[in-house]
Design a protein around this ligand. Structure first.
Ligand code: SF4
Length: 321
């Protein structure tokens, strides 16, 4: 479905002072993975680890600096905007802030119908109306809301409209960039269950980005863990939660609360020491080494590649070499 090889997204940043030197912020630094039809790949990591930049680079909303993105067998390196337009019929995005992602001057019919008017201009207005009505019902809204504007809806309803807009072209893949992090917990569950139901009905593949490990566990089959623009671990969900390989994944998982007071009290939390380093000055070698309790000499000298630890997981860590 999607094959990403050694993807880099770098930004030139102005320094400070009278004679500022130009610096490079490596937001995504050599990310590789594959995604299969009908699969959900969860992407997790702290704020600033490059998850959202990666999502946007997959769709060329931010141009990649280097690397290869292959959509449905087609290498998109150097593709024109017309080529990307053709790909976007099959690949859509759901954004983090549901209200901000909808145009406040457009009503629900115009918002959900817009992809059809862009990609299927041959469809008559009656057909667009019929498809938008059917999609509204599918995402749990109703026809009476067709001519309302975004400010008349709750956050959860706005996200349902965003999902309807993403689905109206019947895409093969949806990139969800933290689709529930701006919503209340009860609404989060509704939206996640809606996405899972639609995925089953339409055989959709999902890239699901979040910083909440419990949410990612609920929706994903495989999980990719990012830190400072690099992949630390990529593993089957059950393997990752039962036996995390990378020290960073272990620390992240130990901080997830257990909904049982007895187990929670007896749990050993592996605290991460220190602050997240600046992406403008990442540590040499393994980027996690300044906070890793197992760091040794080689970690500062060489970058560990993401390699298989067993058939269900890969980790970028010298402990496994
Ligand atoms: S490579 Fe070294 S510093 Fe990095 S996670 Fe492994 S042990 Fe820790």
């Amino acid at each position: 479905m999607l094959s990403v090889r050694d993807l880099h997204v770098h930004f030139k940043v102005r320094g400070e002072g009278f004679f500022p030197e130009k610096r490079v912020l490596k937001a995504v630094n050599g990310v590789s993975f594959d995604l299969y039809p009908g699969e959900t790949l969860g992407i997790v990591g702290e704020s600033g680890c490059g998850k959202s930049t990666l999502a946007r680079a997959l769709l060329n909303l931010i141009p990649a600096t280097a690397g290869q993105v292959v959509w449905l067998g087609r290498d998109m390196s150097g593709a024109s905007s017309a080529d990307w337009q053709a790909v976007r019929k099959n690949v859509q995005m759901v954004f983090q802030d549901p209200l901000a992602s909808l145009n406040p001057r457009m009503n629900v019919l115009q918002i959900i119908g817009e992809p059809l008017r862009t990609h299927r201009p041959e469809l008559p207005a009656s057909e667009v109306l019929a498809r938008v009505k059917a999609m509204l019902v599918r995402v749990g809204l109703n026809e009476a809301q067709l001519y309302r504007y975004p400010h008349e809806f709750s956050g959860g309803q706005c996200q349902r409209i965003g999902i309807a807009r993403a689905l109206i072209l019947e895409p093969k893949l949806i990139v969800c960039d933290e689709p529930v992090s701006a919503l209340d917990v009860s609404i989060q569950a509704q939206i996640i269950n809606l996405l899972k139901d639609l995925q089953k009905q339409l055989n959709l593949a999902l890239v699901f980005i979040a910083h909440d490990l419990a949410v990612v566990k609920h929706v994903s089959q495989r999980i990719l863990v990012m830190y400072l623009g690099r992949v630390m671990e990529l593993a089957d969900k059950h393997e990752l939660y039962a036996d995390p390989k990378h020290p960073y994944t272990r620390a992240l998982l130990s901080a997830v609360p257990i909904p049982d007071p007895k187990l929670e009290r007896g749990k050993q939390i592996q605290m991460l020491s220190g602050e997240l380093p600046s992406p403008l000055r990442p540590p040499t070698g393994c980027v996690f080494r300044t906070r890793c309790p197992h760091a040794f000499e080689r970690c500062a000298a060489e970058v560990p590649a993401l390699e298989a630890v067993n058939e269900r997981s890969q980790a970028a860590c010298w402990l496994y070499r």
